[in-house]
Design a protein around this ligand. Sequence first.
Ligand SMILES: Cc1cc2nc3c(=O)[nH]c(=O)nc-3n(C[C@H](O)[C@H](O)[C@H](O)COP(=O)(O)O)c2cc1C
Length: 176
Amino acid sequence: MTNITIVSGTNRDDSYTLKVAKYYYDKVSTLYEGGKVLLADFRELPKDIAFEEVYGKRRHLFEQFIETYIIGSDKFFWIVPEYNGSFAGICKVFIDAVHPRYFYYKKSCLTGVASGRAGNLRGMDHLTMILQYLRMNVFYNKLPVSKIEEAWGDIEPRMEEQKKLIMLQIKDFLRY
Ligand SMILES: Cc1cc2nc3c(=O)[nH]c(=O)nc-3n(C[C@H](O)[C@H](O)[C@H](O)COP(=O)(O)O)c2cc1C
């Protein structure tokens, strides 16, 4: 059994990233039968993570978070917002707080979310370099979702074309 984790890569309240991550969660859940599908919401991270967990302090809640969403899964969808030309800082802090061996030889699929036109292409490339350093296999189809305020409704993309692109990416990654 292989679990899949959808990472919502920001702790910002009311983020579009979480909306997109929830959409992925619904779609992957309907398509995947080989294990559990989980949604890791970074708003649930400890508030002091940048001063404590990142340097080795372990609270039970954080241990549980890592166990549930990282150790127990072999495949990851990273939904990452564009903040100042890259993925969100909280995402790097989180990665730094997890032992590298829990990422080794697992698989990642990346989707960028941005107000601007680039759809966080650069941030996905930055994240790719880090995940590959952590010996992860990063899926070739990285999907930029640009102009997110126009592209997304309350729960799903406004355009059929966007829905198709996401389904293609998901189905292909499930085979990967
Ligand atoms: C700190 C910060 C920096 C941002 N920098 C950029 C940026 O460089 N390029 C861009 O297109 N949008 C930028 N945005 C807008 C986000 O891409 C936008 O809020 C989008 O909805 C994704 O973030 P969200 O999931 O937090 O909503 C920034 C937003 C924040 C909060």
